[in-house]
Design a protein around this ligand. Sequence first.
Ligand code: ZN
Length: 618
Amino acid sequence: MKKLLIVMLLGGWASVTSAQTDRWQQRVKYDMNINFDATTHRFTGTQKLAYSNNSPDTLHKVFYHLYFNAFQPGSQMDVRSRTIKDPDARVMDRISKLSSTEIGYQKINSLQHNGKPVKYEVVGTILEVTLTEPLMPRTQHTFDMEFEAQVPQQIRRSGRFNKEGIDYSMAQWYPKMSEYDYEGWHANPYIAREFYGVWGDYDVKINMDASYVIAATGYLQNPDKIGHGYSKKNVTHKKGERLTWHFVAPNVHDFVWAADPDYKHDVVKVDNDLDLHFFYQTDTLADNWKQMQPYAVKCFQIMNQRFGRYPYKQYSVIQGGDGGMEYPMATLITSHTSFRGLVSVTVHESIHSWFQMVLGTNESKYPWMDEGFTTYAQNEVMAQLFPSRTNPHQATYAAYRSLVQSGLEEPLTTHSDHYNTNRAYSVASYVKGSVFLHQLSYIIGQETFDRGMKRYYNEWRYKHPNPTDLKRIMEKESGLELDWYWENWVGTTKTIDYAVKQVAPAGTNTNVTLERIGLMPMPLDVVVTYKDGTQENFYIPLEIMRGEKTEGAYQKRTLLTDWGWTYPEYSFTINRSPSDITRIVIDPTQRLADMEYENNVYPAAPTVSPRLQGEKVQ
Ligand SMILES: [Zn+2]
């Protein structure tokens, strides 16, 4: 009976928690027909958008992104780039110098809601649509649009003729419905940074000169008509012929494509359910593209095993863009770099498939949950692809410390467009977000953390999780209270610094006094080495955690009493004399982002720094 009651209680709890994570999502279904003219770099398009308002709200307006409009002199992106202290070298003042045939634009020629024309206004990179008939809660609607666009000279991510000679990098190229979620509309103007979108199904037909090879999000529906590496049949095309490429992409929140007449196209299997496609030009670096392929395969295998299964049957690594940018089922990367650099950017962008494409955190608001978590996993995967004795997260920690010391740091709660400098944005998002996860594995224990990350992926896929959603997963998995960690690390720029303050005799024993110098509290692992070479692990939980971590490698330990965070000092006794102790180290695994590691060690050894020089982060 008692057992049955417990089972019933647990069952009840489980249904309550799953109800909490069941957040409503808007839904889109795009049908687009694109007619592309490669002589003028312009295209016309029709778009039928089936839009489901699954929210409990009545919507009187809707908003579309018109990203190409950012590539015009005087746009917000242009002005931002010319006024920010440390502009992106790829943008600088280049937008201000574009001529009328080099700018980007998306012009709306007509728009109908359920078959009736609606009022709309283009405001920079946003199309504001005022509806005659509102979208009632849980109703379906159709928007029919005719539009035309000019592909800008390549400046940032999208554009024509990138620096490696790829003709068209077609990212953020179509009018795209903004996301409306439990926090409201997210019609952010395009300033050059992150994206957020609605999941749905894309059916895209692109009509273009047959000499081009197209790489895209989605599965090609007519490979035997197209050829170009998609079909085993020998397909030839006449000079001047045009082809209609038909792609279908299910359950994605964006659609990218690229086109070049000189693409080589390889297909490599990860397993029976997943093919990797590679599109690259056959230049002097083509060998790197061949050699990189087994590394990409291994990356997907490691990620599937550690973080959860990649859900699509295809992923394309496409030469294009201006560095590396993630899209659903594909990435655009540049490749004129070292072999390791090429693998690293491919690994990084592929890993976004988990954090940005499937989980889909609002990258504009929480770039650290996407770029940071991707960087963390990238460090872990790269360490398996290129084994080395160096701690794979060392360089990330060094970059964080360097930003803190620069005085430019802003809290992770800052919107990605609103950071004062590009440096503060990129170190916060990529680096501090990565340290966030590695440090979390220290707080709750590696195995608990690994289970939590899988659970996060499984419970929050296709639901746009926010920081609190992740916190609740990790609290449930660890049994610890973790709000203090989120509040301090995400909400503030407080730093961590602990020190061994004093080691003194106490009768035949030793009294050790530790000091919290930084404002941010942490639980502590302390390892003591004795003269006979043996070691003893001590563990000091933080009182507000309301418990202790479980960690295989650190489970044989002496559990000390909790440290209440307001106390600047903490003392404990070792049942040995000071002469028996050769070394005391706080945080032996160096997962704490401790600002001053030297004072973590007793006796102080100022000439020997335990910090190794790591490699540069991509
Ligand atoms: Zn990234």
